[in-house]
Design a protein. Sequence first.
Length: 407
Amino acid sequence: MAWVVTGEFRKLWIGQLVSASGSAVTTVALPLVAVVTLQASAVEMGALSAISIAPHLVFGLLAGVWVDRWSRRRVLIWTDVGRLFLLASVPIAAAMDVLRIEQLYVVAVLTGLLTLLSDTASQTMIPLLVPRENLMRANSAALLNLNLASTLGPSVAGFLVQVLTAPFAIVIDAASYVVSAVASYLIREPDRVPPRPRSEVRLSAGLRVLFGHPMLRPLVISAGIAAMAGAMQGPLVVLFLIRELHRSPAFVGLTLTAFGAAAVAGTVVAGPWCRRVGLGRSYLSGVFLASLNGVLLFTGRTPLILLGQVLAGLGMSLFGVPQRTLRQALAPDHLLGQVTASWRTLVIGGQTAGAALSGVLATALHIRPTLLLAAAGMLAGLLVGVFSPLRGLRELPEGEPAGRSLA
């Protein structure tokens, strides 16, 4: 899909595909280092997971300001170099027998911060590298990277950990950032509008664009509610299949594979589907399909469970491509980084709250009712979009991006 747009975007796409694939390995390998190599406790594992997310919540809005002021190409290069050295420190420390859990904490939080900057820069660079009419294709290609990495990465990571041990499997991720940095170095970044004086920069600028535009406001509210509800459901899937339905680990792997394969297929059909039904209805149909997963899982029937995973993976791509495209097209160029970072902060914050709430509700109400509540929450997010201008939106709105006067 990347070949349908400019050569400069192709460089970005290749670099992000390689680094995303390496990161998928570390997503599995780093916790295994803590569990297998360091014999980490449940409390230490929880802390490792929490601090991996913390940079997105603590520095999310600041990251947008930084990316809007700096060269996005340089952000991509230096974040790749930084993650290369941070991750390489893990196998080196393991080989010297000095690896400690505190080092993993530092690596997790700093790589989380660098990933935040890199993801914000790569998403905001896409509109600079492709014409407006190709934004949807470019976002489909970018989302394909993430879906391929998240689908194939865990399987590859398990093999590498088995062969190399967990610390040395991380070498693969470190090496991937070399390729990504070279690809980013080769990008010719277009000229940009000079950044505003520091006295005019406000952390709230991205939020004001999102909530001040008649199309972006219902989009961010709908996506935020759906993300929180989806995060309520996510942690319970494996627990429900293993403890409630007594399914085998192989079946759990099959459901995750079905989800990933459908998500990859969804990125291929998202563009044609958007052109057929319109951007707004593509987003709404994707949220609807994803919301069915909890209901079908609730039935406990194997064919319906697998169908639910397929619909969830397909839905994720069908709503992901149009929402990214709308955000990039409607945000003003000089605030695109802040708008992107504000979106990520709201959505990831909602996911964090949803994941925490899932445990509380599952304990109080049991898993099945919680799955239905999560599905109801996603449908609530869908209704926000249905009763808004999104429902009738077919193509990208013409005219000046939103929020020019908000800077």
